[in-house]
Design a protein around this ligand. Structure first.
Ligand code: LLP
Length: 436
């Protein structure tokens, strides 16, 4: 159980309240928060977000000339509070399409710090990008042609980066690989040559190159060959056209430990140091000037900061299983059903009490696949108790649904010992709000 505790934000403490040991995060008692805001509840500890950014910054400064920059991948968690926090920390914010661009702009993220991604940007996405973004990452030649047509007469046209598909992938779930030959993302090398030529012909502000190999990998090594291929391409492009990117972004994708079996986990510094050294050496070998290295992490910044709190309802014994049925499940966390993702959990009261036997943590939805955790050694938990699932900050709320009329959870932000409701729980009225 001690090891499980390490999965929670560093500010997590166990405090005795009237003879009961209770979990507290960011100086706030989880039992009180659950009572005040209801469950399922998502809490975000800003000190954990800040610590991850500090680690990226320190690592870039230590290993890369000029220190590089950080784009926060908003797809992992995007709301006004997250966007404001990111802008306040001087991060760029990666938005996918007009929806996330709207949130970033509403949060007041400066235009120069907004970057847009998208594999098939709609006209609305491109229009939003032209008015709110400082950088557009171009996925394909069709998009580039549309942008070229839109550029005519526009004074402050966003900078363009080209997304290349290196033709290699990292080790992760197949749904999270993006750099391999048959991936739908980015351009092949011949298309990249064509894209650079078109940008030069049209006088478009082409400033960077981007690739993203996949998400939630734990070993940086496989990024190496992809980076080498991209640098070979850049040398080729320089020879053919004279173009050199001012920025190079190897995307995001660094993984995090989700359950005790993932511990210990290599540090952010291992990943950044590998990238930085490989890029600096590769540029020297290819006689390329050093670009600004812009990393683009999502999960490794927000996952650990987020904790989901559920209340246990029915407890059942079936032939081989003990079921703890929770008030949330696949509607707020689709990751176990979609990727077979493994999680861990602790009771909020007396979290370190002895294990009874394995438990299956099921959700309330009409799907047999609605199981958040299988076969987890767990204490004798009773109906009405609270359970906390750590590492819930990334790709849960963003992939949430109203399945079975589920209401999206409330989100509470913890900072300096204060708890602030930053997103209210959905109501049943919200469920018919769009209906005519
Ligand atoms: N940059 C690009 C272009 C991306 O597509 C992504 C993630 C990131 C950066 C950030 O990757 P991260 O550092 O968060 O791994 N829903 C999946 C993850 C999908 C990732 C999509 N792209 C999951 O829950 O595991």
């Amino acid at each position: 159980m001690e090891k499980r505790l390490q999965l929670f934000p560093k500010s997590t403490k166990i405090c005795a309240v009237s003879g009961v040991e209770r979990l507290a995060i960011g100086g706030r008692d989880l039992t009180e928060l659950a009572e005040e805001y209801g469950t399922p509840l998502y809490i975000y500890d800003q000190s954990a977000l800040d610590a991850a950014v500090d680690e990226y910054r320190a690592s870039l400064a230590a290993h890369y000339p000029g220190g590089g920059g950080i784009t926060y991948a908003g797809k992992a968690l995007m709301n006004l509070a997250a966007a404001r926090w990111a802008a306040g920390r001087g991060l760029w914010v990666d938005c996918t399409g007009a929806g996330e661009l709207y949130i970033a702009a509403r949060a007041g993220v400066p235009r120069s710090q907004i970057l847009v991604h998208g594999v098939n940007k709609s006209d609305a996405d491109l229009q939003a990008a032209l008015t709110t973004a400082g950088t557009i990452v171009v996925d394909n030649l069709w998009e580039l042609a549309r942008l070229a047509a839109l550029a005519d007469g526009v004074a402050d046209f966003p900078n363009l980066w080209l997304r290349v598909r290196p033709g290699l992938a990292v080790e992760t779930h197949a749904f999270r690989q993006t750099g391999q030959d048959d991936s739908k993302f980015g351009m092949g090398f011949a298309e990249m040559v064509e894209a650079v030529t078109l940008c030069q012909k049209q006088g478009l502000p082409l400033t960077g190159v981007h690739f993203h190999q996949g998400s939630h990998f734990h070993d940086p090594e496989p990024i190496g060959p992809a980076l080498e291929r991209v640098l070979d391409l850049l040398a080729e492009l320089r020879d053919a056209s004279g173009w050199r990117p001012a920025y190079l972004s190897p995307g995001g994708g660094w993984g995090v430990p989700y359950h005790e079996g993932d511990l210990p986990h290599p540090a952010i510094d291992d990943y950044v140091a590998f990238l930085a050294k490989k890029l600096a050496a590769g540029c020297e070998a290819n006689d390329l000037p050093l670009p600004i290295l812009h990393v683009e992490p999502g999960r490794s910044i927000v996952a650990v900061a987020g904790v989901a709190i559920y209340r246990v309802g029915a407890v059942k014994r079936t032939r081989n299983r003990r079921w703890l049925l929770l008030d949330g499940g696949m509607a707020d966390n689709i990751r176990p059903s979609l990727y077979g993702a493994k999680y861990s959990a602790l009771p909020v009261a007396n979290p370190l009490r002895p294990v009874l036997d394995p438990a299956w943590l099921g959700g309330p939805y009409c799907e047999s696949g609605d199981v958040l955790i299988e076969n987890l050694p767990m204490a004798d938990v009773q109906p009405g108790e609270l359970l906390a699932i750590p590492v819930s900050g990334a790709y849960h709320l963003m992939m949430s649904s109203n399945y079975n009329g589920a209401l999206r959870p409330a989100v509470v932000w913890l900072q300096g010992g204060q708890a602030r409701l930053v997103q209210r729980r959905e109501t049943v009225e919200d469920l018919v709000d769009r209906d005519l």
